[in-house]
Ligand binder design. Structure first.
Ligand code: UDP
Length: 225
């Protein structure tokens, strides 16, 4: 999907002379050896690991997008999206923010994988959308990181969500998934300079807005997923 779908969409963009936005990912950096991650870093991906199909599909998508730009002049834009959260995420999609929020609100244990010392940097959705629009309106064609450089450990994330929801759920530890990146934090110097963009919504505010939405959906039977 990520690879063949991108190839097909590029063909369509070429035929229609459309602007093209590739939603790429911080996963192209794999388990990074450079911290924070700048766009010039080529990454450290295990091609045959359990995340390999996704990571390599996105890396191929970037490669073919640049090839269509160079060979056919397609007006492409590539964004490397770092961890993003907000209202209307699927409650059971398994990612850390919806998992911890729904566990905290239901009084279930918060499932931290490994010792929770791995880090991520979470961006509120409205900040990301603003960056996407600015990138689409630019004439820049190489990858741009969009994310919030505010980095926290996953254990800290679980603790903060517990506090902010007023939950008395315990925190339990589960095995760390294979190839789970140890650290992740965007270097957003390029986005700042090119787009005059930086995230505005503080973590507490973003979690508050997301909690309101989760509370409504979890406790109303009609739309609990
Ligand atoms: N994680 C966790 N418990 C969960 C879901 C995720 O500890 O119930 C961890 C996961 O192992 C990773 C981090 O939280 O280290 C972020 O995971 P997520 O799936 O949200 O995003 P990604 O791994 O793509 O950054």
């Amino acid at each position: 999907m990520g690879s063949l779908g991108t190839h097909n969409a590029l063909g369509l963009a070429m035929a229609k002379k459309a602007r093209f936005l590739l939603a790429s990912t911080s996963e192209v950096y794999g388990d990074p050896k450079i911290h924070p991650q700048k766009e010039s870093y080529w990454g450290n991906v295990n091609p045959i690991g359990p995340r390999g199909v996704y990571d390599e599909a996105k890396r191929f998508a970037e490669a073919i997008t640049m090839a269509y730009h160079r060979a056919h002049g397609v007006n492409v834009h590539i964004v490397r999206i770092f961890n993003t959260y907000g209202p209307r995420m699927r409650i059971a999609d398994g990612r850390a923010v919806p998992a911890f929020l729904s566990q905290a609100l239901r009084g279930d244990p918060l499932t931290v994988y490994g010792d929770g010392s791995q880090t991520r940097s979470f961006c509120y959705v409205s900040d990301l959308v603003e960056g996407l629009i600015r990138l689409m309106d630019s004439e820049f064609h190489e990858p741009v990181n969009l994310g919030n450089p505010h980095e926290i450990t996953i254990l800290e994330l679980a603790q903060r969500i517990k506090e902010l929801t007023g939950s008395s759920s315990p925190i339990v530890h589960k095995p760390l998934p294979v190839d789970d990146p140890l650290v992740r934090k965007p270097d957003i110097a390029r986005a700042r300079e090119l787009l005059g963009w930086e995230p505005k919504v503080p973590f507490e505010e973003g979690i508050r807005l997301t909690t309101e939405d989760f509370r409504r959906r979890i406790f109303s039977e009609a739309s609990s997923r």
